[in-house]
Design a protein around this ligand. Structure first.
Ligand code: 0X9
Ligand code: ZN
Length: 287
């Protein structure tokens, strides 16, 4: 009775996760990485079969920007897909037996609820007011290249990076969780919208690449080919400054530089950026 083709509230998501934990106790564990400023749990669902040994972790999060609802829904879709088809899909079963998949679908829950109930285009957290304005951009608030580029020190800006790095309790608890589990986490993937982009470090400067850049190139080519094969959508790939714009204090540079996670990837989901795309005019407000 959980409609996977609809957008859902925090309460609905949490209720569904609890029911999955009850129905699939050997497959699903539900916990939280901590609470938001307004006291909402930042829910985390772990999908994996216990082997009695520490397993590698694949991390996926969504909703760091409040108005990017499809990022939340895509996390939920993946949860549903894995849990419901585990018994019949050998590839899923193999994945779930081998690694643990950690999915945090809505890592800015106060912002998400504010976007659902009050201001559809809300992006930031809900801290403040500072200078009469609310919120910090949680994808400018991490302590790597904080306040360096693509950011603002004005509390009224959409890309306000906060009074200090990790000023936001949401980025604090999330980063602490990632650090505590960094030995196991092999991939950090963060979902945003929109424009159909597949991005990897470094995002703080143009033409600035990691030492394993060739690994990222090879993976990205395979990934966008796989995406295209499914529905014909053409994702562009590259570093954020090379294909979008430079950003300091973002989560994925931090995941690579500070937590030392091998794969750190940010996607901009649908709709696409251009005229070729029938749904491009919806922007963040994808039906
Ligand atoms: O500006 C952003 O934070 C992202 N675009 S969005 O329209 N979803 O706001 C791009 C971020 C790319 N870089 C990192 N994630 N570090
Ligand atoms: Zn975003």
């Amino acid at each position: 009775d959980f409609a996977i083709d609809q957008y859902h509230s925090e309460d609905e998501i949490n209720g569904w996760f609890q029911s999955l934990a009850t129905a699939y106790p050997d497959l699903v564990t539900v916990t939280s990485v901590g609470n938001s400023l307004q006291g909402r749990p930042i829910q985390l669902i772990k999908i994996g079969k216990s082997t009695g040994q520490p397993k590698k972790i694949f991390w996926l999060d969504g909703g760091i920007h409040a108005r990017e609802w499809v990022a939340v829904s895509t996390c939920l879709y993946i949860v549903n897909e894995l849990v419901m088809n585990y018994q019949t899909n050998a590839a899923y079963a193999d994945l779930i037996n081998t690694i643990d998949i950690y999915i945090a679908p809505s890592v800015n829950p106060d912002g998400y609820e504010y976007s659902r109930n009050t201001d559809r285009m809300w992006r930031k957290t809900r801290s403040g007011p500072r200078s009469g304005c609310y919120g910090v951009d949680p994808n400018r608030n991490w302590n790597f290249k904080w306040n360096f580029v693509g950011t603002s020190s004005n509390p009224c800006s959409e890309t306000y990076d906060g009074p200090s790095a990790f000023s936001e309790v949401e980025t604090q608890v999330l980063s602490n969780f990632l650090l505590a589990n960094k030995a196991q986490i092999k991939a950090y993937v963060s979902l945003h919208s929109y424009s159909e982009l597949w991005m990897f470090p470094w995002s703080y400067a143009t033409h600035t690449y990691t030492t394993d850049h060739q690994d990222y190139v090879a993976l990205s080519q395979q990934a966008v080919a796989a995406i295209s094969k499914k529905h014909g959508t053409k994702y562009q790939w590259g570093t954020a400054p090379d294909i979008l714009y430079a950003v300091g204090g973002g989560s994925f540079d931090w995941a690579k530089a500070v937590a030392g996670i091998k794969w750190a990837i940010t996607l901009e989901l649908r709709p696409g950026p251009g005229d070729h795309d029938n749904d491009q005019n919806y922007g963040f407000q994808l039906p």
